[in-house]
Design a binder for this molecule. Structure first.
Ligand code: PEP
Length: 256
């Protein structure tokens, strides 16, 4: 059975004194929710809050703390970097890799993302690997090709055993933080395409089990219709993950 997952990417938002009350609000709502228990919930705050978040949410069923990025190096003289083992040592279980903001603002390359994925897997953490096209590429009808290249270049060298540990997140760049959401038809079409690529490479046993999340202005109003798509297994949430009630409503949006 594919896992149902909702991951909240807090990005570079909230000071510590703002972040803690928000986390407690989310925690309280999750404690009261039986429905949320079966969903895998990931909160990816700024990395310096990970340890606190991990300690605070211990005991909440299927709740994990994630990081938004990691270094592709093991350790050493890399000023400003944070390694996968450091993140693991403070409680992170997931690492978001290849978010479009990192690809565009920090010029992360397919080769770097490949190494980040490898080091994440090596240390027993789960990568949430992001892929997605710009509006320009969609309008040029190159969106399938772009997404295929992103997966092929950074992930298709992995063994089936490693690949099946990954969570994929389809995030059309034009929908991130813009209020524009992919239609259910667009999301399902791309998720199906991604699953077909995985099937072709690794076979049905892997493709039918891998979770593919949708991200891009997903909120409490549109989550239910997106999560009802047969190939959408949950969401990677930005803005709406910073509002406790909205985040819980998204978690409640899977079909029964
Ligand atoms: C994201 O940054 O991964 C994201 C999906 O952001 P938003 O939900 O704000 O579009």
């Amino acid at each position: 059975m594919r896992k149902k997952i909702v991951a909240g990417n807090w990005k570079m938002n909230k000071t510590y004194s703002e972040a803690v009350p928000l986390l407690y609000e989310i925690k309280d709502l999750l404690f009261k929710s039986k429905k949320a228990e079966s969903v895998i919930k990931i909160i990816a705050p700024p990395s310096l809050y990970i340890h606190d978040f991990y300690e605070t949410t211990k005991g909440l069923k299927n709740l994990f703390v994630g990081a938004q990025n990691c270094s592709y190096e093991e350790s050493g003289a890399y000023t400003g970097e944070v390694s996968a083992t450091m993140l693991k040592s403070v409680g992170a279980a997931y690492i978001i890799i290849g978010h479009s903001e990192r690809r565009s603002y920090f010029k992360e390359t397919a080769e770097e993302l490949k190494k980040k994925t490898e080091i994440t897997l090596k240390h027993g953490l789960t990568p949430i690997f992001c892929i997605g096209e710009t509006m320009e590429k969609r309008q040029a009808n190159e969106h399938f090709k772009i997404v295929e290249a992103q997966i092929t270049d950074s992930l298709f060298h992995l063994s089936p055993a490693d690949f099946q540990k990954i969570v994929l997140a389809y995030e059309p760049v034009w929908a991130i933080g813009t209020g524009l959401t992919a239609t259910t038809a667009q999301a399902q079409e791309m998720h199906h395409h991604i699953r077909s690529l995985v099937e072709k490479k690794y076979g049905n046993a892997v493709s039918s089990e891998i979770s593919i999340l949708y991200g891009g202005s997903c909120n409490e109003k549109n989550a239910a219709e997106l999560f009802a798509c047969p190939d959408v297994d949950g969401g990677l949430i930005g803005g709406a993950a910073l509002k406790a009630k909205e985040f819980i409503e998204i978690i409640h949006s899977f079909p029964a």
